[in-house]
Design a protein around this ligand. Structure first.
Ligand code: WT7
Length: 641
């Protein structure tokens, strides 16, 4: 390759960027040659954004676990792959070498095979943040099963929907999970999710909390028992082996559910080779990771950030990934900083919402912390406000660590727009420049591209990149209509965006009916459906509003059947209903009972008006003359929260 894999100067960035856009095939072919393949590809890229059909490295055969584990064994077998920090700081840290990771992943692969899991089968994983979660993910990948991790905060109903959508026959879970001083009974949530399920054949239960669980004969098995049996099968005379399944480059690697503007969450499908390249390339370049460094991504593996920057990015690079089971504020708000000092963390990748919340606890949690091991800081998940950016830079980075503001999505597989730590310029609250291979364009409402600088519009991507979404599981049409139909021949992100005088991008937030609450993506329609399932609710409308801590808060307008109900009690009931149907993360922050909603004559709710009221912007509500009944607006304003 004419330019290095890891970009080391602005000039190299510019050169790599230009080459990647002019000749993506040559660019990514050179990148792909760094990996282990069973068979080389026949063609690098063919794609169209109309069907859409995306094909990277067609004909190539590989297994991602050989790239994440086996290829490091000769040189780095005894180096640390994963450092695990438990929820309870008094409990022991676990250190997992690449050799140990290899053995565990081989054992999981064997266990899954023993249980009847075949290539292409979907395995749902509902576990806390324990190393076994990583073994489970990689064990699936080793035999070519498709993993679908479900965040531990989702309800039984959400899990049931996802199991059904994925047509999953296997589940891996824990008895429970510890987060802060809470104990989440994961297995009993799974039991509830399975009440009406007819497909699931086996549930593997890993013991973490010793919470009592009920084990159904013939269906439920203990991880520990199955793994012991598998160990005897994969280890012969001290040598561990389990042949990795040779997979097609475009075979699906995983499904991850995420919210859209309509209906139920959709299963975003990523395929093996492209995703692997993207996770690896973006990890090495954005964070400027050097082998031996400790990378701490604070996300949960239940989200894409954890998939790409706890598991696949760091491990594909032979790196050391720190996995934290707990939460930032327990036992106190100094926990992150304590972990940084304890494990000498070099890279800290977290979310603006965490930064804002820790900022609010004040500086006292920092006085006895050193933090001098830190070299790079990262932010992800939502726009970072300048105040949080400066606090992060000054108090955590001590003014010497670059901050990467990384914009991307579940659908993009990995980071798309970001500065490269210490290499390309940073600008507070700006994701700045696209990575090689990413061609962003801004569009106006009429579908015209907005050229030049100091402009704003809807953010789209013009070229196929290796890590992009391939389909939405079981419903390709939905993938097409969600991402590829708004603007012909472009991938539409759903985000609004500014481009400054120097070509730096600043993401301003979603332009569709998707909310970003504490960095969690939630569809307004989903929350409305949950609220509407409460027996007394006639109709509801949900919008976002600016929230100091969470970025966005959830504001629900609810029409209730009787007007003289106990408002406080009904609110609690509604919150309970939402928690039950989606999970606690989707609970509205504000519920306002109203007598009517602003609707057009065709019956469409005018959310623009509801958003203005939720924001407290009563004077810029705009034209209400097209409403069926404009007086409802005044009524709503009178009792607004
Ligand atoms: C949405 C994607 C990216 C992994 C975690 C979230 C918002 C993400 C940024 C950023 C401004 C950001 C966008 C995007 N977002 N990163 N650096 N600056 N906004 O993944 O749940 O798929 O959500 O998060 O609105 O569309 P996700």
């Amino acid at each position: 390759m004419m330019y290095p894999y890891q970009i080391k100067s602005i000039e190299q960035y510019q050169e790599a960027y230009q080459k990647s856009i002019e000749n993506p095939e040559a660019f990514w072919e050179a990148i792909a040659s760094h990996f282990t393949w069973h068979k080389k590809w026949d063609s690098v890229l063919s794609y169209n954004f109309t069907e859409p059909k995306i094909n990277w490295f067609q004909g190539g055969k590989l297994n991602i676990t050989e790239n994440c584990i086996d290829r490091h064994l000769a040189t780095r077998g005894e180096e640390t792959a994963i450092i695990w920090e438990p929820n309870n700081p008094d409990e022991h840290t676990r250190v997992i070498t690449y050799n140990r990771l290899h053995k565990r992943v081989c054992m999981v692969a064997q266990m899954l095979r023993n249980l009847g899991v075949k290539k292409g089968d979907r395995v749902c994983i509902y576990m806390g943040m324990v190393p076994e979660l990583t073994y489970a993910i990689l064990g699936c990948a080793r035999i070519g099963a498709i993993h679908s991790v479900i965040f531990g905060g989702f309800s039984a109903q959400s899990i049931a929907d996802r199991l059904e959508d994925a047509q999953a026959e296997f589940i891996i879970t824990c008895d429970g999970a510890e987060r802060g001083n809470k104990n989440i009974p994961l297995k009993s949530v799974i039991d509830e999710a399975l009440i009406a399920n007819k497909l699931v054949k086996k549930v593997v239960v890993y013991t973490r909390t010793r919470t009592p669980v009920s084990m159904l004969k013939g269906r439920d098995v203990w991880w520990e028992d199955e793994m012991e049996q598998a160990e005897h099968q994969v280890e012969k005379n001290g040598v561990v082996s389990f042949p990795a399944e040779p997979m097609d480059a475009e075979d699906p690697l995983f499904i991850l559910y995420t919210s859209g503007s309509t209906g139920k969450p959709k299963g975003v499908v990523h395929s093996i080779a492209g995703y692997m390249l993207w996770a690896n390339y973006t990890f090495l370049n954005v964070f400027q990771y050097q082998v031996g460094q400790i990378h701490f991504c604070t996300a949960d593996i239940g989200w894409i950030t954890g998939h790409s920057y706890i598991v696949y990015g760091p491990l594909s690079a032979g790196g050391t990934s720190l996995m934290f089971e707990g939460i930032p504020t327990w036992p106190d708000a100094g926990r992150f900083w304590e972990i940084v000092d304890k494990h000498q963390v070099n890279i800290l990748y977290t979310a603006p919402t965490a930064i804002r919340s820790l900022m609010a606890y004040g500086l006292s949690y920092l006085v006895d912390k050193d933090l001098s091991s830190l070299k790079v800081l990262g932010s992800v998940g939502e726009p970072i406000n300048e105040e949080a950016w400066h606090w992060f830079s000054q108090h955590i980075g001590k003014g010497k660590c670059p901050i990467v503001d990384t914009w991307w999505q579940t659908e993009t597989g990995g980071i798309m727009i970001s500065n490269l730590a210490g290499i390309t310029p940073q600008k507070p609250a700006h994701a700045t420049l696209p990575l090689p291979g990413v061609l962003p364009v801004l569009l106006d409402e009429n579908g015209f591209e907005i050229v030049g600088n100091k402009v704003s519009g809807n953010l789209c991507i013009k070229l196929a990149w290796p890590g992009m979404i391939r389909t939405t599981y079981g419903d390709h049409e939905r993938c097409k209509s969600n991402y590829f139909s708004t603007y012909p021949n472009l991938y539409f992100t759903g985000d609004g965006c500014l481009r400054d005088e120097n070509g730096n991008y600043r993401i301003t937030g979603r332009v569709d009916d998707v909310l970003n609450v504490s960095g969690h993506r939630i569809g307004t329609a989903e929350v409305e459906n949950a609220i509407n399932s409460h027996s007394g609710v006639i109709e509801s409308a949900v919008v976002g509003y600016p929230h100091d801590m969470k970025g966005q808060g959830i504001y629900a307008y609810v029409i209730f059947e009787e007007s003289n109900h106990d408002h406080q009690l009904t609110k609690q009931d509604i919150l309970q209903t939402v928690t039950r149907i989606i999970g606690a993360i989707a609970k509205p922050d504000k519920i306002q009972f109203v007598n009517g909603l602003p609707k057009t004559r065709s019956g469409k709710i005018m959310r623009r008006i509801l958003r203005k009221i939720a924001e407290g912007e009563y004077n810029s509500i705009g034209d209400t003359s097209t409403l069926l009944d404009p007086t409802v607006v005044d009524d709503i304003k009178k009792t607004a929260l």
